[in-house]
Ligand binder design. Sequence first.
Ligand code: ZN
Length: 247
Amino acid sequence: MAGIKVTVWNEFLHEKSSAAVRQIYPNGIHEAIAAPLRAAGYEVRTATLAEPTHGLTEDVLDHTDVLLWWGHVAHGEVQDAVVEAVVKRVWQGMGLIVLHSGHFSKVFRRLMGTSCDLKWREAGEHERLWVVNPAHPIATGISETIELPHEEMYGEHFDIPTPDELVFVSWFPGGEVFRSGCTFVRGNGKIFYFRPGHETYPTYHNTAIQQVLQNAVQWARPVEGPNFQRGNVKPLESLHEKNDFVK
Ligand code: ZN
């Protein structure tokens, strides 16, 4: 974990406008997500919407291996230039973990290429997340299920491309199910979407949820892969000797 640089981005608005949210997350959702990652040994910084460039300057992105994204009411206020910079970094290999209502963020929709729409209901329902891919690194140390006593419901159909891998499926008492833990690869970058995390519930204080986020950071970190040469290239072999059609 040492040396892995993590940036936690939060729009940081509900915590300022709602006493109920502030009571659960007095230092902001970003700090609740960041603290356990710091305790696990990652180098963690935070960034928020109100900061210049939303706290995601080129310098910050230069020093980010994995970016976590929590947004809800202000997706439209995120500058397109910042969205493009984040998308470009993902293509280059930066890991991206999109949380809860971040399904509607410009960054996630741009990378998915679909509406990312879903069903929802806020009724404090019990959420049961089932691990459906026990061999996946993101499920390391997680029980068969994660039980969240109260959460917002998200239901299918979730309008995303078919995920590369499915790690969690959620069940809700109202009858809905949801693909709650999905992985994607875009360019060299690994993306994990993780559903739980509504602002009025203490989801990010749950140790199993914290473990999933640690696992996801570990999984999504960039690897030292090859640098591919693209565009017009010279042949690696002599075409004249091996191909009669080339004169
Ligand atoms: Zn929510």
